[in-house]
Design a protein around this ligand. Structure first.
Ligand SMILES: C[S@@+](CC[C@H](N)C(=O)[O-])C[C@H]1O[C@@H](n2cnc3c(N)ncnc32)[C@H](O)[C@@H]1O
Length: 273
């Protein structure tokens, strides 16, 4: 999506991350393990259609070896496995990795980063990145991803965003001040440049709308796993989440029981030359 110029992190995403401060970025990139169980419980999965589209360039192969890079608790890994492909997970955070292995015990899972991937050259047909490419040092990560992909392999990055084209979701974004905007992400010119690198060609993008059923408490729980909220001090976090809870109780769409949360997966892919 959406990078900006930011010293050694040239592709940080201002519209998605809401901050260009490198210290805050680092704290946020490392914040997820503190809520690993909640992350697994409350964050959305990825629609199968989006993952199929992402992996289309290698889908004809008999065996497709996919690296889920920055795999977190394994949300994307699980969809890849559901498509009958071989999945390997790499993730720097120990708590996230533990959660992944608890949920998907037979997936090979390794500690590592996008900038130093623990795998040999040409080991994978595809590298997928869910909700994490914006945390990478883009140039180092692209060179490293190119190294572990075979020629003709595919790199894909996916992001789930709440569809703020829906009025109550736009209000939720305002109350939480922590969610990426689909419109801004769509319009970001930087999105087109994300995979610009000598080792990659044929960049393409697509969007996939979907819904997940949630209660208001689950939405509050999901928001509590967003990095901007995770790095807040206790008082601020409690205040923001109380404001969100109040908002959801007041809206007719979300005040009782389960409701559909409208989401959009934005997917980018490019082929290793
Ligand atoms: C929002 S979570 C996404 C997790 C998972 N891919 C998903 O879709 O649910 C972002 C993940 O990126 C990881 N991460 C942050 N910086 C990274 C880096 N430089 N290399 C690899 N992973 C990184 C974090 O530890 C975290 O698990």
């Amino acid at each position: 999506m959406p990078p900006e110029s930011n010293g050694s992190r040239p592709t940080a995403s201002r519209d998605y991350l809401g901050s260009a401060d490198p210290t805050e970025r680092e704290r946020r990139a490392e914040s997820f393990g503190a809520s690993a169980a909640a992350y697994a419980a409350f964050r959305p999965s990825y629609p199968e259609a989006a993952v199929r589209w992402a992996l289309e360039p290698v889908a004809g192969d008999d065996v497709v070896r996919v690296l889920d890079l920055a795999a977190g608790t394994g949300k994307l890994t699980e969809v890849i496995r559901g498509l009958g492909m071989e999945a390997v997970a790499v993730e720097p955070d120990a708590a996230m990795l533990t959660e992944l292995s608890r949920r998907l015990p037979d997936v090979p899972a390794f500690t590592g980063t996008a900038e130093e991937i623990p795998a040999p050259d040409g080991a994978f047909d595809a590298v997928v990145v869910g909700q994490a490419f914006h945390w990478f040092d883009r140039d180092r990560a692209l060179a490293e991803i190119a190294r572990v992909l075979r020629p003709g392999g595919v790199l894909a990055a996916l992001w789930n965003l709440h569809d703020d084209g829906v009025a109550w979701v736009a209000g939720l974004n305002a109350a939480a001040q922590a969610l990426g905007s689909v419109r801004e992400t769509r319009e970001s010119p930087m999105r087109q440049e994300l995979f610009e690198h000598v080792a990659f060609a044929d960049q393409a993008s697509a969007e996939f709308g979907f819904h997940e059923r949630r209660t208001s408490e689950q939405v509050v729980g999901m928001l509590g796993t967003h990095s901007r909220i995770l790095v807040m001090d206790e008082v601020d976090r409690t205040q923001v989440l109380a404001r969100v809870r109040g908002y959801l109780r007041a809206r007719p769409e979300t005040s009782t029981g389960e409701f559909d949360v409208p989401l959009v997966t934005i997917a980018l892919r490019a082929v290793r030359v």
